[in-house]
Design a binder for this molecule. Structure first.
Ligand code: ZN
Length: 351
């Protein structure tokens, strides 16, 4: 049985209706945002994953006041069809693109673990990856975790499968104090106007892409890290889900998603209009696909109040939004998981 809502202190969202079915697959919930003062940690494999899979939702959360931190496992140093492209140069380029995309969406900080692209399931142990992601979870202390659905069938990219599975496993390690976690934070990349701008990298130094596995101790030999208190994340959203039970309307934030993806110039060679048409079609298809399966869908359209300038850009560098209110019927889908009782432990040890 799912919890009817998260505590207002700790939660990020509550569904508007049909909550009893949130985890049963019987109904869909439309996203209602109450994120002010909340923290979101998104864990992705590559620099453009977040924009592609849920960039509209992230922009919407950021515009509503959420602090969003992005953790990249790799810098995408194999993401090119050009055989002459040096991986290190591509990594630099793609991290710059990631920062531009993060700025467009209104993210606060971006961290990069710097593992080699495509090798998360081959050159990196799951235990090490879990150890490092869990350390970031304890440091960031998010209310909401966003990542890949590891149970999605026919996911062809090994990094996507690996990040989804290990990130969910890391949530448990972050929660329980006897699990070893990596206390040194990874490299923090400054997002213009974000909370991380001008901050240090946490003393971890820079993990060079393509330089082999990072030189941390193997988790089997590591000790629990008293410097990072355990933290239980009460809510998870899995994007590109095998089965969705949460839809986020992104119509007003479709311009932000498009602009954030266009920041990844090394990846998207299409003309802007072509890319926009493709994304719009996919976002509309998400709605048709999941709404058609909904047993109970009688919810009124949600209105999200966001300050919009005449140019269609929110003030203070916020996400781009459509001043006309956007296109109806554009969605991003998630599998939403509430962890009942998960806050009890952290309430004792992490407050
Ligand atoms: Zn990817």
């Amino acid at each position: 049985m799912d919890s009817p809502s998260v505590d207002s202190d700790r939660g990020v969202s509550v569904p508007e209706a049909g909550d009893g079915g949130a985890c049963t697959g019987g109904s869909l919930n439309r996203l209602k945002i109450e994120p002010r003062g909340k923290r979101v940690l998104a864990v992705c494999a590559h620099p453009d994953d977040l924009e592609f899979y849920c960039g509209g939702t992230m922009a919407r959360l950021a515009a509503a006041g959420a602090e969003i931190v992005l953790l990249l496992a790799t810098a995408g140093d194999k993401g090119s069809f050009d055989p002459g492209m040096p991986g290190a140069r591509l990594a630099e380029l793609r991290l710059e693109e990631a920062l531009r995309g993060a700025h467009v969406m209104g993210l606060s900080s971006v961290y990069c673990l710097g593992y080699p692209d495509g090798e998360l399931a081959y050159g990196v142990s799951a235990a090490e990856l879990r150890c490092r992601i869990a350390g970031v979870m304890r440091a960031v202390r998010p209310n909401l975790l966003v990542t890949f659905d590891p149970w999605k069938r026919y996911e062809l990219h090994p990094d996507h499968r690996r990040v989804g599975q290990v990130t969910l496993d890391a949530r448990l390690a972050a929660k329980l104090p006897l699990y070893p976690v990596e206390a040194r934070l990874p490299r923090r990349l400054p997002v213009a106007g974000g909370a991380g701008e001008g901050a240090s990298d946490g003393g971890a130094g820079v993990r060079r892409v393509g330089g082999g596995a990072p030189g941390i101790e193997q988790p089997a030999a590591a000790q629990p890290s008293p410097g990072l208190r355990p933290w239980a994340i009460p809510e998870i959203w899995l994007f590109q889900p095998e089965e969705a039970n949460l839809l986020a309307e992104i119509g007003p934030f479709f311009p932000a998603k498009l602009a954030a993806l266009q920041a990844h110039a090394s990846q998207f060679l299409e003309e802007k209009d072509t890319l926009a048409a493709q994304l719009r079609s996919e976002a509309a298809e998400e709605g048709r696909r999941w709404l058609g399966k909904a047993d109970a869908w009688n919810l009124a359209p949600q209105v999200l109040s966001v300050p919009v300038s005449a140019a269609g850009l929110a003030p203070a560098g916020g996400p781009a939004v459509d001043p006309a209110g956007g296109s109806a019927g554009l969605y991003e889908a998630f599998r939403r998981i509430m962890i009942v009782g998960s806050t009890a432990f952290s309430g004792q040890s992490a407050q």
